[in-house]
Design a protein around this ligand. Structure first.
Ligand code: GLO
Ligand code: MG
Length: 397
């Protein structure tokens, strides 16, 4: 694999894409840097070089995104593949990093000693280094164990809450070995099936106790909390980005407590994913991202990015571009699943397609006629603005 340090390239194009040339908010309205010097980190596989010059995005997915097609009403439709097969597939697709649940990194984790877990984590690190693939994050999978049936950090059973905290600390140790400082917390079972079974005030105290224990365990770890309003729970305690940031502000280190946004989860909360991205980024708190799609208020669909709502996807990419997502090393991750109907020979298409669509939408965001849009906004002609967006997405000049 070819690697190199920094290179200087000339960039002709949109001033928004020039890192280091970020202007004051008022100045951002004028495209005064059509030609600019731009530094690009070329420490990427050769196959990605063109992409690295063209934009700064780096991509990842998790082993669970190559799933077998089971749903609550039917068994798998594809035979599981090994981890090595998945890592190889990720590499061949030209992705840069992999996301890990703790038990993706170390299978059967609960049956192993801490020393054994660390040993296997180190072996995984060597494997990733050999493949030239980074670990984007580690997430404790706290929703499979018999000890988390009634919740993890917010369980009514003290022993089970302790289990969740201990397992999370171990995930932090794994993250350190794998070379990432991001611990993702999807709070899958922190909520209720039955409102009267738990106390919402106490639940926040318990969440804070758990987050504080994690932040104290490792001074460098950052918690990226992934909100979702429902499924598997009826109601979750941390359903939106606003809730994440509110809880983050009460932790022992709010600077190390931030967010991961998933497009589908925003839709499930009845919110606009682009607005949620803007909101998190205006606090400097968007540390990871799960792009996918969701057709309305149904079961969690994890469709390929833009599959249900192309315009919403365009707006997500537009705000990521506008706010410089990726500038601080953040990855674009696709938390997408193949359709149940997908044949094994088409098994990776949802990942490849999501990235392709994302990159097409980056081009669309960069070539959108911002000047014209500003003029229409100034004239309050939103009907024409609407059509400008539609024509642009349809490819008309
Ligand atoms: C489910 C979540 C899930 C998490 C993943 C990382 O709805 O999106 O896929 O993102 O487990 O913790
Ligand atoms: Mg997700």
């Amino acid at each position: 694999m070819w690697k190199s340090r920094l290179a200087i390239v000339l960039q002709v194009g949109n001033w928004r894409t020039c890192p280091g040339l970020r202007l004051a908010p008022g100045e951002l309205r004028f495209p005064i840097f059509p030609l600019a010097l731009r530094t690009v980190d070329l420490t990427v596989p050769t196959s990605n070089l063109f992409m690295a010059r063209q934009n700064q995005y780096r991509f990842c997915f998790g082993p669970w995104n190559i799933s077998e097609g089971a749903d609550p009403y039917g068994p798998p439709t594809r035979t599981p593949q090994s981890f090595d097969w998945k890592l190889d597939a990720l590499k061949k697709l030209g992705f840069d990093a992999m996301m890990f649940h703790d038990d993706d990194a170390v299978p059967d984790i609960d049956s192993k000693s801490h020393a054994q877990v660390m040993k296997e984590a180190r072996a995984l690190r060597r494997k990733l280094d050999d493949a030239g693939i980074a670990a984007e994050m580690v997430a404790p999978r706290l929703w499979f164990s018999p000890k988390t049936i009634d919740g993890a950090y917010t369980s009514n059973d003290k022993k089970h809450r302790q289990y969740a905290i201990d397992r999370s600390k171990q995930s932090i140790d794994i993250a350190r070995v794998l070379g990432t400082d991001i611990l993702v917390l999807w709070l899958a079972r922190e909520g209720t099936y039955l409102r009267e079974s738990k106390n919402g005030f106490q639940a926040i105290e318990r969440l804070l106790e758990a987050f504080d224990a994690m932040l104290a365990h490792d001074k460098r770890i950052r918690l990226a909390i992934e909100p979702k309003p429902n499924e598997p729970m009826d109601h979750a305690y941390v359903p939106t980005i606003g809730h994440v940031l509110a809880v983050a502000s009460l932790t022992r280190d709010p600077r190390r407590t931030g967010a991961l946004i998933e497009s589908a989860h925003c839709v499930l909360a009845g919110l606009d994913p682009a607005d949620e991205i803007d909101f998190a980024m205006s606090f400097g708190k968007l540390w990871s991202l799960h792009l996918n799609d969701q057709n309305g208020l149904k079961y969690d669909q994890d469709k390929p990015f833009a599959s249900a709502n192309l315009r919403s996807a365009f707006n997500q990419v537009r705000v990521l571009e506008r706010n410089g997502y990726g500038k601080n090393g953040e990855y674009v991750c696709f938390d997408v699943h193949p359709f149940r109907t997908t044949k094994p020979e088409h098994w990776l298409a949802h990942l490849d397609n999501s990235r392709k669509t994302f990159l097409r939408l980056v081009e669309k965001a960069r070539s959108f006629d911002e000047k014209k849009a500003r003029a229409l906004i100034a004239d309050r002609d939103y009907q024409a603005l609407d059509q400008l967006v539609i024509e642009h997405l349809l490819g008309r000049r």
